[in-house]
Design a protein around this ligand. Structure first.
Ligand SMILES: [Zn+2]
Length: 258
């Protein structure tokens, strides 16, 4: 948390507020938020555009790219209340506040158009063919592969469970046993899921809010995630929770047979 739909929502809400404004200075309030060199590199540059890859948000500047990784509880806020500010970017317009209670998030400075290392293709833009070929290079259970950001960038625990439910695939299903047809269906259902979630402004499970402080509503449409014991929306069998790759995993034992 936040995953691809939440980061894309932040990008969309932040873009109209900060595109075209100039960075005057950056105040780093916690050393875990950013290295001191980031502040000196970005001062004086203009925010040209906002981009996203997987769960990374990028502020594309005149000469560099500011990569924001929100991890567990990071937020980028403009004009919204901040309880745990870790860095403040002062601009010719409004301040941009990086708020992060648990401090796993970070801001780094990259070369223009560079991507952070070890990041697979973005799940919202990958073609069905590339998706299936990437999966064909891996073995083992499907869910850990979906969570591995070096293979595909964007999914976390919530959307991996929801995508597998929509594709009727058991989270422990072995890749070797899944046909190309089923993997293409997983690609299609995942894309639909992400687009629907972005349309709802993402899922606000714990404290996620967008750049203006608004909560998402997609958590109201979750079909399996955190719904153990509740009836499956398709067949009414109680949703089960198991642990796959150390992550709590939710699925319907009838719709998603092993
Ligand atoms: Zn079911």
């Amino acid at each position: 948390m936040p995953e691809l739909p939440e980061v894309e929502t932040i990008r969309r809400t932040l873009a109209p507020l900060v595109t075209g404004i100039k960075i005057l200075s950056m105040e780093i309030l916690s050393p875990r938020a950013a290295a001191p060199s980031v502040a000196s590199l970005i001062a004086g540059q203009t925010i040209v555009a906002l981009a996203r890859h997987g769960k990374y948000l990028f502020l594309d500047l005149t000469r560099h790219r500011l990569a924001v990784h929100l991890r567990m509880t990071g937020k980028l806020l403009v004009g919204a209340p901040s309880s745990h500010p870790r860095a403040i970017i002062h601009t010719s317009g409004p301040d941009i506040v990086f708020d992060d209670i648990r401090q796993f998030g970070s801001i780094t400075c990259l070369g223009k158009d560079d991507l952070p290392p070890n990041l697979g293709p973005d799940l919202l833009s990958i073609s069905p063919t590339d998706f299936v070929s990437a999966l064909a290079r891996h073995s083992g259970a499907i869910k850990p592969v979906l969570l591995n950001q070096a293979i595909f960038a964007g999914l976390g625990n919530i959307y991996a469970d929801e995508a597998l439910f929509r594709a009727r695939i058991h989270p422990r299903a072995r890749l070797a046993h899944l046909s190309r047809t089923r993997l293409r269906a997983l690609h299609a259902r995942t894309g639909e899921l992400l687009i629907e979630a972005i349309g709802c402004g993402g899922s606000s499970i714990s404290d996620y809010v967008d750049a203006s402080g608004s909560r998402g509503t997609f958590q109201l449409r979750h079909q399996v995630y955190a719904r153990a014991g509740h009836p499956c929306p398709v067949c009414s069998t109680p949703i089960r929770r198991i642990v796959v790759a150390q992550r709590g995993t939710h699925f319907c034992p009838r719709c998603q047979r092993p």
